[in-house]
Design a protein around this ligand. Structure first.
Ligand code: PRP
Length: 181
């Protein structure tokens, strides 16, 4: 285990199993349709890469990046698109793939923006959900795990841009970000 990680929340094996289950649900729900997956960078790139390889429905992928300004560890309602999609989503069945849903600020803004582009359908899949932290309501269609309000890293999730490469999801030692042990 990495020296900055206090405890492993989800092991590689647990993540793999849950991703397979989510993909099975998505394959069932979109049977006979073509799906467009949108990954919101950067955190979701690992989850997206694993999820897409378990899908059997025909699908395309696209990426967008947003930054939301807030204080400390919390995002704000002000979201800026730093990289837009390359494809037109009108008339497409769109599934947004996220690593974590926290306050809901980013996703509520993003889903509104995508809805205005008139996709045939629009759903949201997040690997992690922190329901306790929600400020803006967001409808979730597929959830990997609901988790408590802990500082998690790995499997795409960062602290100060590090730890994204860890193959598991772990809770960061508070001493790393200057918190109380
Ligand atoms: C995370 C996550 C969501 C957002 C969720 O991204 O990928 O986009 O925060 O938070 P919210 O529900 O409070 O809006 P982050 O800002 O950490 O950027 P990253 O994906 O580049 O790590």
């Amino acid at each position: 285990m990495h020296k900055d990680v206090k405890e492993i929340l989800f092991s590689e094996e647990q993540l793999k199993q849950r991703v397979e289950q989510l993909a099975a649900e998505i394959n069932r729900d979109y049977a006979g349709q073509e799906l467009m997956l949108i990954s919101v960078l950067r955190g979701s790139f690992v989850f997206m890469a694993d999820l897409v390889r378990e899908l059997t429905v025909p699908c395309t992928v696209d990426f967008m990046a947003v930054s939301s300004y807030g204080s400390g560890t919390s995002s704000s309602g002000q979201v800026q698109i730093t990289k837009d999609l390359s494809e037109d989503i009108s008339g497409q069945h769109v599934l947004v793939v996220e690593d974590i849903l926290d306050s809901g600020n980013t996703l509520s803004y993003l889903l509104e923006l995508l809805r205005a582009r008139k996709p045939a359908s629009l759903r949201l899949c997040t690997l992690l959900d922190k329901p306790e932290r929600r400020i803006k309501p967001v409808q979730l269609d597929y959830t990997g795990f609901s988790i408590p309000d802990a500082f998690v890293v790995g499997y795409g999730l960062d602290y100060d841009e590090h730890y994204r490469n860890l193959p598991y999801i772990g809770i960061l030692k508070p001493s790393v970000y200057g918190g109380e042990e």
